[in-house]
Design a protein around this ligand. Structure first.
Ligand SMILES: *Cc1c(COP(=O)(O)O)cnc(C)c1O
Length: 367
């Protein structure tokens, strides 16, 4: 019989925020799989010319100097590509950083409430919950409807009952790949009152439309990132929101949150590599259609996707499918641990044709 190893109490345990007991560190699986279709990264299709241009920018980076605390040039480049004013833009070390800033700044409890509340849907991007709970905030999750769309009436009720400070809506949503119907999004924004509605457009380059028309409403903030279009290593994301909100978030931001190299490369991506990014997205969208067709013919049902991944219903339990694929060197993201209607759901990132052939070959011989 083995005795369980108990962590030595150091004394600080009693000082920890109680919510930490329910959280675990975000650690992507350490896997020996060589086909990684689990993290919604884009395939690396960068051409030689683009790569040399980036190397040139990296060579010019002043390593001994702090980054530009205002990220002025990058915000200018984002302004040029989105039509927003630089003062309406806040840059973070990935969207995760921006999400943390929003949660930190907009955290005053409503009158008589013990803590502030965040409202989102489920299933969705896990960082909204993780980051809010790490700050001691309450999280209300409204289940998506049977078609994996946002259930407006339930969200409206959630807003009335829970009086959130912040709403997070990813559109296209992760892991379902669905864009929120515009009328539903507008209805939620109208119902939100003074709460800030964050429309997370992490996958918008793969979608049939964007949601920039919502910009300029006093309670709407649009979140974007370079992570899903080939530049996850940079850790660059940004928020487009009304100036008064950006000004407050800026007080919470660590002055040097985005490294110089990332600022410089991101500006070049936006100003000069638009064609490369568009070609990548076209490749992914074409592969998405092809792979969905192949999976369907094997009995794997795919929800129509506006993102760089497929939300797949597995004929066998997702856990067994995922384990079988790992045995064949292919990693996908399973949601079976969440139980219920997620027990037979996996999320498959779109990669290259060769990677998809490996996935399909493995599925043809099992599980
Ligand atoms: C992957 C993802 C992000 C990206 O976060 P970064 O910190 O910018 O890498 C943001 N939102 C959603 C919904 C995502 O799935």
């Amino acid at each position: 019989m083995t005795t369980p190893v108990r962590p030595t109490p150091h004394g600080f345990e009693a000082l920890l925020r109680p919510e930490l007991a329910e959280l675990s560190a975000y650690s992507p699986p350490l896997s020996r799989c060589d086909v990684r279709l689990d993290a919604n990264e884009a395939p690396d299709l960068l051409g030689d010319e683009a790569r040399s241009r980036i190397h040139e920018v990296l060579r010019e980076t002043a390593l001994a100097r702090y980054p530009d605390a205002r990220a002025a040039d990058l915000r200018e480049a984002i302004a040029e590509s989105t039509g927003a004013h630089p003062d309406e833009i806040l840059v973070g070390a990935g969207s995760d950083d921006v999400i943390a800033l929003l949660l930190t700044a907009l955290s005053r409890p409503r009158p008589k409430a013990p803590m502030s509340t965040v409202l989102t849907v489920t299933p969705t991007f896990s960082m909204y919950r993780q980051s809010a709970r790490a700050r001691g905030q309450r999280v209300v999750e409204v289940p998506l409807d049977d078609a994996w769309d946002v259930a407006v009436d339930n969200v409206r009720t959630g807003i009335e009952m829970a009086r959130p400070n912040l709403l997070f809506l990813a559109s296209p949503n992760n892991p379902t790949g669905k864009l929120a119907p515009n009328d539903r999004l507008e209805a939620i924004i109208d119902a939100a009152g003074d709460a800030v509605v964050v429309v997370d457009e992490a996958y918008v380059q793969y979608a049939s439309r964007d949601q920039l028309h919502l910009r300029g409403r006093p309670n709407v903030a649009i979140l974007r990132t370079l992570s899903k279009v080939g530049f996850a290593a940079l850790r660059v994301g940004w928020l487009i929101a009304p100036r008064p909100l950006i000004a407050e978030l800026d007080k919470v931001r660590q002055p040097y949150n985005v490294p110089s190299a990332s600022q410089a490369v991101a500006a070049v991506v936006l100003r000069e590599l638009g064609g490369e990014v568009r070609a990548l997205c076209e490749h992914v969208v074409a592969e998405r259609t092809w792979l969905a067709g192949e999976l369907e013919s094997l009995g794997y049902e795919c929800t129509p996707s506006d993102a760089n991944f497929l939300w797949v219903k597995t004929p066998q339990p997702a856990e067994a499918v995922t384990r079988h694929l790992e045995g064949h060197g292919v990693l996908v993201r399973s949601f079976h641990r969440h139980g219920g209607r997620l027990r037979d759901r996996v999320r498959v990132t779109i990669g290259t044709r060769a990677e998809h052939e490996r996935l399909l070959a493995a599925l043809r011989v099992g599980p």
